[in-house]
Design a protein around this ligand. Sequence first.
Ligand SMILES: O=C[C@H](O)[C@H](O)[C@H](O)COP(=O)(O)O
Length: 267
Amino acid sequence: MALAYDPLFITSDKSAMDVPSTPPPMMLTQDELKRIAAHKAVDFVESGMVLGLGTGSTAKHAVARIGELLRQGKLSNIVGIPTSKKTQEQALSLGIPLSDLDAHPVIDLSIDGADEVDPHLNLVKGRGGSLLREKMIEGASKKFVVIVDESKMVKHIGGSKLALPVEIVPFCWKFTAEKLRELMDGYGCEAKLRLGGEKGKAFVTDNGNYIVDMYLEKDMGDLGAVSDAILRLPGVVEHGMFLDMASTVIVAGELGVKIKNKHSSCC
Ligand SMILES: O=C[C@H](O)[C@H](O)[C@H](O)COP(=O)(O)O
């Protein structure tokens, strides 16, 4: 049976995504949508580039595609900068040459997933725990392409009611978690230490830190002010709001791929 999904249907026209169509005879899975967005992003990759390699179930499709194109000889002379140990392992297994920010402080292009994308292309990232390295690497990139399936699009940051992650030092983590909760109390915040380490212990990031997941009831409004306030708290290393960092967001949905570019995306 032919898929109703047409991968050639690519638009940056808002109305086109909203056009009702006949119901697709076969629904694509979320993972298939992630792969479609990832492959579209890899079209931006050129031989000779230094690439930030993202982390997560969407970014892994982009890393796999880069590995495939290198193997086929369609790309060459690529240097990858992985945003996590997991991505490093995947890239090494695919034969992608790797380096780091010390050797390559300017990155041509980073490709990564996100947990939330708002209409201004602000992001939440870090539900996989890799937010610090991602922010360092993606912040050093000339172009940052975000790849998501349409379930990640929100009206405002925190709008999914899922976690806004904050990486903190393990030292007196309860103290820092409580300071975060107090700071964000006005937005109806619950702050929980992320578990998932050995024997139900705290999840530990690649940097040896903990994560506090904040669940917010209300729109934070001035994200820049909230970001600054969080970063001023002693004990906080970084948070998962990526404000004004994405250059392009590629959204794969049942009706096609939509490309949103910074400064032409909003509202
Ligand atoms: O820490 C994890 C990263 O920020 C991921 O890029 C983000 O959580 C999106 O992951 P996924 O593509 O698995 O939804």
